[in-house]
Design a protein around this ligand. Structure first.
Ligand code: GAR
Length: 206
């Protein structure tokens, strides 16, 4: 059985979706850079081991990444899942965990990498928006795409209403992607992901 590390910074709803998914792992560890992250309480209430590595106590990214690495190494994870982890990780960290480091991003990449994705989608007038689970590479929000889900942009949407619609889909696709990974169904060749005998989950219909 495998070990999973989940990195969070905030409310942790994607982390909760992963915990709810009853994934085939023997151990899950949750780490946050933010001592006030609400997701930490959710994890603790489920007897999940948590760690806080407060980025404000480190003078630079290298020392923060090194502290993070030390905790993660002790977990010997087969997968590290970023779930609303809002710190940029250095190249050394990303390279160390390459092929076992994934992220969920609230847009249909490669559109709207970076922050404020829902507001930017509304500003651009796109009619379809969504979310993406992808492998992490040194180039921000650009790694091989594992799964995406799309939602319509509706008349009168605000960043909040659109974001809530996207988040519902995140909670479906992230556990699916992690399960595929843990089941050894994912291969990456030439920057493209192949999922063996993927049975697609049903996303919400509009
Ligand atoms: C999610 O929408 C996730 O996609 C996004 O932060 C939110 C975290 O919510 N991640 C990023 O923007 C990463 N660049 P959660 O804490 O409830 O899972």
């Amino acid at each position: 059985m495998e070990s999973l590390v989940i990195l969070i910074s905030g409310q942790g709803s994607n982390m909760r979706a992963l915990l709810d998914a009853k994934l085939p792992v023997k151990r899950i560890t949750v780490i946050s850079n933010n001592p006030a992250a609400a997701g930490l309480e959710i994890a603790r209430s489920r007897n999940i081991t948590t760690h806080v590595i407060d980025h404000r106590l480190y003078s630079d990214r290298t020392t923060f990444d090194a502290a993070l690495t030390e905790i993660i190494e002790a977990c010997q994870p087969s997968l590290v899942a970023l779930a609303g982890f809002m710190r940029i990780l250095g190249d050394n960290f990303v390279n160390r965990y390459q092929k076992r480091l994934i992220n969920i991003h609230p847009s249909l990449l490669p559109a709207f990498s970076g922050l404020n994705t829902h507001a930017r989608a509304l500003q651009e007038g796109v009619r379809i928006h969504g979310c993406t689970v992808h492998f992490v590479t040194p180039q921000l929000d650009h790694g091989p795409i594992i799964i995406q889900a799309a939602v319509p942009v509706l008349t009168g949407d605000t960043p909040e209403t659109l974001g809530a619609r996207v988040l519902q889909q995140e909670h479906l696709i992230y556990p699916q992607a992690v399960r595929w990974f843990l089941e050894g169904r994912i291969t990456v060749a030439h920057g493209r992901v192949l999922v063996q005998s993927a049975t697609h989950i049903k996303t919400k219909q509009y």
